[in-house]
Every structure is written in C-alpha cells, then in structure tokens.
Design a binder for this molecule. Sequence first.
Ligand code: SF4
Ligand code: SF4
Ligand code: FES
Length: 401
Amino acid sequence: MMLIAKRDESKCTRCGICEEIVACPAGEICNEEKCVGCGACYLACPNEAITLEEKPRKRHITIKIDGEKIQVPERITVRKALELAGYKISKFPGEGDIFAPCDVGACWSCAVKIDGEIKPSCVTAVREGMEIETEFDFTPRRIVHGWTGHPVGGVGTPWWIKGFRYIEVAVFACGCNLRCPQCQNWTTTYCGVGKTYTPREAALVMTNMRRIYGVDRMAISGGESTLNREWLIRYIAELKKLNPDENARFHVDTNATILTKDYIDELIEAGVTDIGPDIKGLKLETFMKITGIKDRELAEKYHKTNWKAVKYLIDLRDRIFVGIGIPYNRELISIEEVVKIGEKIYKLDPEVQVCVLDYRAEFRSKISRPSYEEMLKVWKALKDIGLKTVICQTSRGYIGP
Ligand code: SF4
Ligand code: SF4
Ligand code: FES
C-alpha cells in the first residue's frame, strides 16, 4: 500500500508540532507531490488532523539492496522498499530482518546503510540509484533529549528518597513502540529530530549532569528506553565505566513490552541497579485500549512479555530495586482490574513498590483526571490486599508512605 498524508484543515489548530518534531523525509509536511507516506506526521499530530490515504505511484525507480538491483515505486521510504524486496519488518525484536518499532526516525533500530551513511529506514526516502546495505558494523545511535534534574524521579525510584530536592538526573529516549492516546510524554515519543548520540556520548553528558546536580542517580526514560537494545546496553555499560563509585545508581523506566529475560540479564550485567516497569492492564482488551495497539497478535506479545518481565524482575529484587507502575483512570481501567493486578503482584511479592499513575487528558485523549478522592480509593483498595508499599500519584501530590 503506497500512502500519502493529507491534512484536514478544519481539524488543524496550527499548533506547529508536526513542523517541530517530525523528521519529514519529504521536507514539507503534507505536500502531496512530495510525501513519501512514512506516516510520522500522522502519528505525531495531537489533533488527528492528518490522515494517510492510499495513492499508487506513477513511476518506478531502480535501487540496489545488498548488491541486488530492484525496481521499486518512487516516493516511498527505504523501509517500504526493503519490505517490497522481501525483507521482513517486525514490531517485535528478533522476529524479522529489520526491527522497526517507533516509525518516526527516533530509535534508530531500523537503521541501514544508505549510500555509505547510516540512516533510519523508516523516515528516509528512496531515490534513483540508491544503494542500501542491511549488514554493516556501526556504533549504535539514537535520539535522546531533555537532560534534566528530577525532584520526584520515576516509577523505578524508591519512595523513601522522593522529595523536594533533586534526587536524580534523567534523559529521555525518543520513540516508542506503543501508541497510547493519553501519552504523557508525546513530544518525546514522536520526536524524530534532534541530535543522535552514541552510547559513549550520551554517557558523558549524563555523567556531567550528575556532577552539575550533585546526585548519584542517573535515569533514562522515554518514549521507550529499551527499543534499541544494543544502544541501551552499551549506554549503561559506558555510564558504569564513567561512574565506578558504589553510590552511583543506574535507573531505567520502561513499558517492559519487549523486555525479555535475556534482555533483563544483559541490562543487569551492564550495570542497571533500579528498574521501573509499567503494567498496562490485566486483560488484553485493557492493554490494547491503554496502549493504542490495534493489532491483537502484536498486543498479545507485548502484553505477555510485559507480565513475564515483571515476574522475572520481582524474582531479582535482591539484586536490583524494582518499582512497578500501574495506570488508573476509570475510563481506561476499572478499580476491580487494578485490584486484580495488585493481587497478582501481592502473590509474587507483597513488599515490592507499586506506584499508581493517575492517567489524564494528554496528547489525543480527552479523559478527565481522576479526583483525589478516587485515587485515595484506589490506594486503600491496594493497601487492603496487603501490599506494603503503594504510592498513588494525585492532583494534590503523592499518597503513600
Ligand atoms: S500537528 Fe496537527 S494540528 Fe498541529 S499543525 Fe500539524 S497538522 Fe496541524
Ligand atoms: S512526515 Fe512522512 S507522511 Fe508526513 S508528509 Fe512527510 S513524508 Fe509524508
Ligand atoms: S523504527 Fe525507524 S527509527 Fe525507530
């Protein structure tokens, strides 16, 4: 299916987001004569003003993929060309030739060598005579941004250090594999522009930030931090090398949907000390609603991997700190389902930290924020199960220990 993007002027508020954060390979958002149908603007627009429509291409061009000449339609992405050439593009790691989870040019998991230069295939346009290589050696890169000091921390931050002074420094990895309508960090999730960093470069900046803020904890969140596995493992290892002291803590917050056991082992081996996986539903239907993943088979894989990761991480609590995030908003998940999640966690380990996040209207969602009283009800229901450490985020601050 060849696509082009169209803007519905009646829905467009001229917010400028698509111009600011989308790595449009056509160089101009929604120019029907130039669009290569990558879909990045369609994903990023908070007002759903952009649609993708099928439009066959008139001309074909010749490109080379791994030395083989092939004719492909003009004005498509390199990823689409790879797909047409028979390469399997997957949304779950290890299941295809190219793992392409974010679709916006942020995670660089889908990067290939294009005319001698490494570029993300999802937001690079084909052109006549282009040479593409899928096997090559290179130091991984990805877009990360927003280095900042954090007074609160994330899901994987122990409750007893949360306070009013800076407790950790954080960076945000752009790109995500989920499509949550209420994404609270969507200008990171759909950001395909900005500097790409090698693991070493990012670790150097983070180490400097640690010095500036005078803290010991260094966190990475997103978007989704785990998408480019090689990058993350090397980043943590570099960070540990630069911060060998015993006070240094290396914290990863994640949706844990591609976090397999071997990935977790590798992260711990590299140096991760604190991890905050989210759980986005007990039922698959809830998970699909919260994450916006419409492909049931894929959602099932993410959902299963998520729960397996949480169970495995809880088993490793003597080696690393684990804090689990659960969403709450009655329009997305019932209190009964949150309680069932709590009961499952209780059976695994009643002592593990659980943090309930009050989901609210962000990005495309119009849901209203749960009231303080409602969050208190959630907190009490989880405490009644016997869970020792329950923290609820509310409009009036945290309820918890
Ligand atoms: S992001 Fe959407 S609403 Fe904002 S300017 Fe672009 S098309 Fe318009
Ligand atoms: S971002 Fe992609 S889909 Fe949107 S206008 Fe540019 S090329 Fe077309
Ligand atoms: S899938 Fe292409 S950069 Fe993430």
